[in-house]
Design a protein around this ligand. Structure first.
Ligand code: NAP
Length: 263
């Protein structure tokens, strides 16, 4: 059996970088493809590649640019010919770095930018990479025993609890909440289309908890210390969920502790 191949999109820092580290450390001989906007500035990824010779490939990809996504898919097809896992980790809270507190703060450009990166990007990733996932060997997740229910690959879209419509009791953060709610709809749609095909692709949204990264930094002082996860802890939890994924769990959103999130 060939070694599994994982693609982590948005890998320069934060959770994406932690996914790369986790898989390289805990899932040998899996290969990791890390994509980021500016590989020349991604020192942490370069160091990681040095620590794991031959197992980490770094590719340039801005998720807002369809040409980048198409180009990366062509290069990966040529070098690997398949994928077993994609994690879409990149996102922004808002171009200003802070979520809207009320309608007064809403701008059309703010919403458009946030949706482009957080929602459109992961969906266009699925468009170009689904054919490679359909050629995967099912190297991540837990295969069903019944052959007709087995999967060849997995798409994980990193969502956020604040994207849950059912859970929204506080309001605010229009752009970010809307982008993640729409991302969850994309996940659900993908699970239906790629669940009909053969081979099948599992598609889920995962919420990482509140994690100590640049994205959440403006709000850290409001979070109790024991509720602010390290990237390592969060990714450990998320990988434990990924390890158990199969076609029975597709099309849903799960929180870091494995509980299902309401849409
Ligand atoms: N941190 C939390 O508490 C929290 C909570 C719930 C959900 N999440 C979700 O977790 C995921 C990871 O976030 P994080 O906390 O790790 O954030 P982060 O540390 O701010 O990292 C964001 C990543 O997204 C990349 N990115 C942004 N725009 C991009 C684009 N157009 N193309 C490609 N990459 C782009 C950044 O790359 P550059 O280095 O090039 O800017 C960076 O690698 C996100 O989906 C976020 O919504 C986080």
């Amino acid at each position: 059996m060939a070694a599994p191949v994982a693609l982590i999109q948005g890998a320069s820092r934060g959770l994406g970088l932690a996914f790369c580290k986790h898989i390289l450390k805990n899932k040998p001989p899996a290969a990791v493809i890390a994509t980021c906007r500016n590989p020349d500035g991604a020192a942490a990824l370069r160091d990681l590649a040095g620590d794991h010779p031959g197992r980490l490939t770094v590719l340039q990809l801005d998720v807002n640019r369809e040409d980048d996504i198409r180009g990366a898919a062509a290069r990966i097809k040529e070098s690997f010919s398949r994928l077993d896992l994609i994690v879409n980790s990149s996102a922004m809270l808002h171009p200003t770095g802070k979520g809207e507190t009320s309608l007064r703060d809403v701008t059309a450009q703010g919403i458009i930018s946030t949706l482009t990166t957080n929602t459109v990007g992961p969906l266009v990733m699925a468009k170009y990479f689904a054919p490679l996932l359909q050629k995967g060997g099912g190297g991540f997740g837990q295969q069903a025993t019944e052959k007709a229910k087995q999967h060849s690959g997995i798409i994980v879209n990193i969502t956020a609890k604040v994207g849950s419509i059912g859970d929204n009791a506080l309001g605010g953060w229009y752009s970010y909440r809307m982008s993640k709610a729409a991302l969850n709809m994309a996940t659900r749609n993908l699970s239906i289309e790629l669940g009909r095909s053969r081979p099948k692709v599992v598609c889920v949204s995962l919420h990482p908890g509140t994690v100590n990264t640049d994205l959440s930094r403006p709000y850290h002082r409001n979070v109790p210390q024991n509720k602010l996860f390290s990237t390592e802890l969060s990714v450990n939890c998320l990988m434990s969920i990924i390890d158990t994924l199969n076609m029975e769990k597709t099309g849903k959103a799960y929180s870091w502790d494995g509980t299902e999130l309401p849409w």
